[in-house]
Design a binder for this molecule. Structure first.
Ligand SMILES: Nc1ncnc2c1ncn2[C@@H]1O[C@H](COP(=O)(O)OP(=O)(O)OP(=O)(O)O)[C@@H](O)[C@H]1O
Length: 263
């Protein structure tokens, strides 16, 4: 996917005033969706064992995310949003049911194949940024390529391009301790994009940021999505969720509502 530069007037083009403004309810952002299914969650259950007890967290989840879609996952604290995200990113396996990514059934792949698919097709963005403190911004962005990289890509060049894209060309050699929260999240976004993944999974990406900075990060997400990236984002904030094409509400282990502005 082409690496485009974000202009630094994100708020001007994005008109983000958190809390409050959003894309209007029927605004598809000029997109022509749906595309092909890229994530399929089929009859998925997840339980944890606590002592002798099996505690069901996700009881029966069915969800299809199409290529180029921007999906928000909402739900009360403890409802299983992160659990679902971890299953979609195959950081964890379901107790029952199936997860398909780009038509591939994850349960049929070896651990090595799963790790490679995750490394190439999924970019993770977390509330707490999860940068390695002793590495520079540039090294943090390059890090995923040590385990999995696309053939023929100059990763140093690509990492620099991505840091430039997120407006951090002058902070490449800074370590996370020398960066603000917003700058750290920009590094995390660049890192998530280094292998050009089809899917971005973001768990409360603006949760640790002030409104203005959160707005800038959200602006980047909408731009990435308009450029074709599929995004799944967990958020507590209904105002942030409104920027997605679709909002699913997870409650009591099932999807209680599934509201799309594209249908
Ligand atoms: N490894 C685990 N072992 C046992 N229970 C777990 C484990 N991981 C999560 N849980 C439990 O599963 C439930 C759902 O957790 P999860 O983190 O998915 O919720 P969430 O909706 O993301 O919550 P929040 O909005 O507070 O982040 C919680 O009750 C949690 O305690």
């Amino acid at each position: 996917m082409e690496t485009k530069s974000f202009d630094h007037k994100v708020e001007e083009s994005f008109n983000c005033e958190l809390p409050g403004s959003s894309r209007s309810d029927n605004d598809s952002g000029g997109k022509n969706l749906p595309g092909a299914p890229v994530i399929e969650v089929i009859n998925v259950k997840k339980s944890y064992t606590l002592g002798d007890m099996e505690v069901p967290i996700l009881r029966d989840i069915n969800l299809t995310v199409n290529e180029g879609e921007f999906l928000a996952i909402m739900g009360p604290s403890g409802s299983g949003k992160s659990t679902l995200m971890n299953l979609i990113g195959f950081l964890d396996r379901p107790t029952d049911g199936k997860i398909m990514i780009k038509g591939l059934d994850i349960s049929e792949l070896s651990d090595k194949e799963v790790a490679r698919l995750r490394g190439l097709e999924i970019g993770f963005i977390f509330q707490t940024f999860n940068l390695i403190p002793r590495l520079t911004a540039l090294e943090n962005v390059e890090l995923p390529t040590y385990a999995n990289a696309r053939e023929g890509v100059d990763t140093r060049k690509k990492a620099k391009e991505l840091l430039n894209m997120v407006g951090l060309a002058d902070r490449m050699h800074h370590k996370p301790g020398e960066l603000s929260g917003g700058q750290s999240q920009r590094v995390a976004i660049a890192r998530a994009l280094i292998n050009d993944p089809a899917i971005l999974l973001a768990d409360e990406p603006t949760g640790n940021l002030d409104s203005r900075t959160g707005c800038e990060i959200l602006g980047m997400f909408t731009r990435l999505n308009k450029d074709g990236r599929t995004i799944v984002m967990i958020t507590h904030d209904p105002e942030i969720a409104k920027y997605a094409d679709r909002i699913v509400l997870v409650k009591d282990g099932i999807i209680q509502s599934n509201w799309s502005k594209l249908e």
